[in-house]
Write a protein that binds this ligand. Structure first.
Ligand code: ZN
Length: 54
């Protein structure tokens, strides 16, 4: 086992079953999961784009 390999400490995280992967996708204000750009926030969320709602 050798240490000091470039990238050894930066293993790619598998986007599957790891909460850390999608944790940054959750809105801190309303808790809605925003997987894609344009996903709706919960009603009354301060972070929600205002022009998205009539
Ligand atoms: Zn939100």
């Amino acid at each position: 086992m050798t240490q000091g390999e470039p990238g050894a400490a930066a293993e790619p995280v598998q986007p599957q079953g790891d909460a850390v992967c999608w944790l940054h996708l959750v809105c801190e204000s309303c808790g809605a999961l925003l997987e894609r750009e344009g996903d709706p926030h919960r009603p009354g969320c301060d972070a929600a784009p205002r022009e998205a709602r009539p």
